[in-house]
Design a protein around this ligand. Structure first.
Ligand SMILES: Cc1cc2nc3c(=O)[nH]c(=O)nc-3n(C[C@H](O)[C@H](O)[C@H](O)COP(=O)(O)O)c2cc1C
Length: 330
């Protein structure tokens, strides 16, 4: 009743201004809650501060070693920081009496086993590694992790399951220049991605300018030691598509869905790819925006390096957790 009376006497523009001010307050409150929740769970210490934290740090450091094991220019005794990270979190894992059958433990000792075997096969001694780890513990590890050879025999007749198992992150490419028209076809497929209320808020910025790509990858920081990929795409999402504080995280959902389809579309059109995070500090992001002309209204979702495939390429195994760790029938 009171609302009706107010609506009769107060100009509409005032009501809109009031609603907007209220939404700004909500946004501040919700970000404070997000920050508090993130702050109380994220892994900020070098040794995990929760069981889950220890397990995820083991995966994080093991993957860093896996990348090195699949690197085209193998560097003996590489990855000292990651090995120290593994050592610290393995000790914590044991201190917490966690189950050694867990994927995270098995994957870690498997990576360590592969590290030792690869050095042995090249007759390289590993004094630093040997000082950290008990070789008897590693010896019994399953062969699930490390590096593996990927043969790029893609066929357009593959069904969804074949394509899902075929697609793998690749960080080496053939030297052939990419026909940039392929990105029109890739985008045509990727826009089939569903989005909230069909808003389709995504954009892509694609370049084959190697000096731009080098600068962007220097800022990105997660692709060190690899050659410059022939093309680099940046997927962004326009925040202007969203209404209200409750939608503040939706750009990342829609952007992530698009990104995966974009990556599959690249695979379908015969390109190999590596998705690259945009977890950079804000000044770096600003530089990325300047280089590619990305307005502040767009959030950066991820880069994708892509190029035509090499026939064979060594890749990180990136073993997956068992489905029992993921699927909860409730
Ligand atoms: C959002 C996202 C960000 C990633 N960022 C990087 C990165 O910065 N550097 C890198 O070498 N790989 C990066 N990757 C590739 C992952 O390491 C890879 O997808 C993961 O190990 C699984 O392997 P697979 O893609 O071969 O199945 C990223 C992947 C995703 C999805």
């Amino acid at each position: 009743m009171i609302k009706k009376i107010i609506k009769q006497f107060v100009p509409k523009s005032w009501i809109i201004r009031y609603k907007m001010a209220k939404e700004h307050q909500r946004l501040k409150r919700d970000f404070r809650i997000d920050a508090k929740q993130y702050d109380s769970s994220f892994n900020y210490s070098p040794v995990g501060t929760s069981d889950e934290g220890v397990k995820e740090l083991l995966i994080f450091h093991s993957h860093s070693i896996e990348k090195g094991l699949s690197h085209p220019n193998f560097r003996g005794n590489f990855g000292k920081n990651a090995l120290l990270g593994i050592k610290a979190n393995l000790s914590e894992f044991k201190k917490r009496n966690l189950d050694k059958n867990l994927f995270e433990y098995q994957n870690t000792i498997s990576v360590l086993k592969f590290y030792k075997e690869k050095h042995n096969s090249k007759n390289i001694e590993t004094p630093f590694f040997d000082s950290l780890f008990d070789l008897n513990e590693i010896d019994v590890a399953p062969s699930i992790a490390g590096a593996k050879v990927h043969t790029n025999k893609f066929s357009k007749n593959m069904n969804f399951v074949d394509l899902e198992y075929f697609r793998s992150t690749q960080r080496e490419f053939s030297n052939d220049a990419v026909d940039m028209d392929v990105f029109k076809k890739v985008t045509e497929l990727a826009v089939k991605t569903p989005s909230v209320c069909n808003r389709q808020p995504w954009k892509t910025y694609v370049t084959n300018d190697s000096s731009k790509i080098s600068k962007l990858l220097d800022l990105q920081g997660g692709y060190k030691g690899y050659g410059v990929p022939p093309t680099l795409s940046l997927v962004t999402v326009d925040r202007r598509a969203f209404i209200g504080s409750h939608e503040r995280n939706e750009p990342y959902v829609d952007g992530g869905l698009f990104l995966m389809n974009y990556d599959f579309a690249l695979t379908y059109y015969g390109l190999s790819s590596c998705i690259l995070n945009t977890m950079m500090e804000e000044p770096m992001k600003e530089e990325v925006r300047t280089i590619l002309g990305v307005p502040a209204s767009e959030v950066l979702i991820a880069f994708v390096g892509a190029g035509y495939s090499k026939d064979k390429v060594e890749i990180a195994a990136s073993a997956r957790k068992p489905i029992e760790d993921i699927l909860k029938m409730v």
